[in-house]
Ligand binder design. Structure first.
Ligand SMILES: NC(=O)c1ccc[n+]([C@@H]2O[C@H](COP(=O)([O-])OP(=O)(O)OC[C@H]3O[C@@H](n4cnc5c(N)ncnc54)[C@H](O)[C@@H]3O)[C@@H](O)[C@H]2O)c1
Length: 242
């Protein structure tokens, strides 16, 4: 018997690498999962593999977010949709990239939280939210000015919403992963001159897997974490602790 049995959890970014693994682990934990991403086509594989329900919307549109979420009976949310932008020094920062990164990572997280928590409050059964932030929100990483700002803002949204929603029994936490070596990450972090010194400075000395991220997310959603709210939990092999 798991604590997520029959609880409905909305996962954004469910067609992606980390989001897909979160859907798989939540379904395995007994949750009723709504897998959300930008298009219905992108969700076909994960819903066919897990039995999760598909919900397509673009989280850059407030109206699309409202229409998708209004009326859902939700216990929990995982805000996992995101975009890495480009690795650029601050002197070269492309402000259109900054705006897009902020609109997906930060504004999207706020919009989903806004409409999902209205439904959670309406149901009156408490609940839990986990925001997928990043190590880049906690420490300075070269070239990550836009992405780091977007994730530091996600950590702030986490703390403020935890403060406001505690009275409804709704917990809000973030996790701050290190790099998961997806093809997109590999183009930057896979370069030996970037990878080797970074891993040498990390106590565990390896990149994260999707499963390394999903398991703590499932824990934070469940009753085992019933006294934990407002935290940003590094899943970073110790990188930000030294
Ligand atoms: N991969 C890493 O190294 C890493 C490290 C730390 C944190 N993260 C964070 O983890 C989360 C998932 O990353 P991932 O590596 O699985 O990336 P991914 O690109 O595989 O998945 C991201 C998903 O978000 C969706 N998405 C993007 N814009 C959207 C929009 N406007 N509307 C709806 N959906 C949208 C994409 O379609 C995609 O399926 C992101 O928030 C990312 O910032 C990733």
């Amino acid at each position: 018997m798991t604590t997520l049995e029959n609880r409905t959890v909305l996962v954004t970014g469910a067609a992606g690498g980390i989001g897909g693994e979160i859907v798989r682990q939540l379904v395995a934990a007994g949750a009723d999962v709504i897998a959300a991403d930008a298009t219905p086509e992108s969700l076909e594989a994960i819903t066919a593999a897990t039995g999760a329900r598909a919900l397509a919307f673009d989280l850059r549109s407030e109206e699309a977010v409202r229409a998708a979420i209004e009326g859902l009976d939700l216990y929990g949310v995982v805000n996992c949709a995101g975009w890495g932008g480009l690795v650029q020094p601050t002197t070269e920062a492309d402000i259109d990239i900054f705006d897009t990164v902020m609109s997906i990572n930060t504004r999207g997280t706020l919009l989903v939280t806004k409409y999902a928590t209205r439904e959670m409050i309406r149901l009156g059964r408490g609940g839990a939210i986990v925001n997928i932030s990043s190590q880049a929100g906690l420490v300075a990483l070269l070239g990550h000015v836009s992405y780091g700002a977007s994730k530091a803002a996600v950590d702030s949204i986490t703390r403020v919403s935890a403060l406001e929603l505690g009275r409804y029994g709704i917990r809000v936490n973030a996790v701050n992963p290190t790099v998961v070596m997806t093809p997109m990450s590999a183009s930057y972090w896979g370069q030996p001159e970037i990878e080797e010194p970074f891993l040498a400075a990390m106590p565990l000395g390896r990149w994260a897997t999707e499963a390394d991220i999903a398991a703590p997310v499932v824990f934070l959603l469940g009753d085992g974490a019933s006294m934990i709210t407002g935290v940003s939990l590094p899943i970073d092999g110790g990188y930000t602790s030294v």
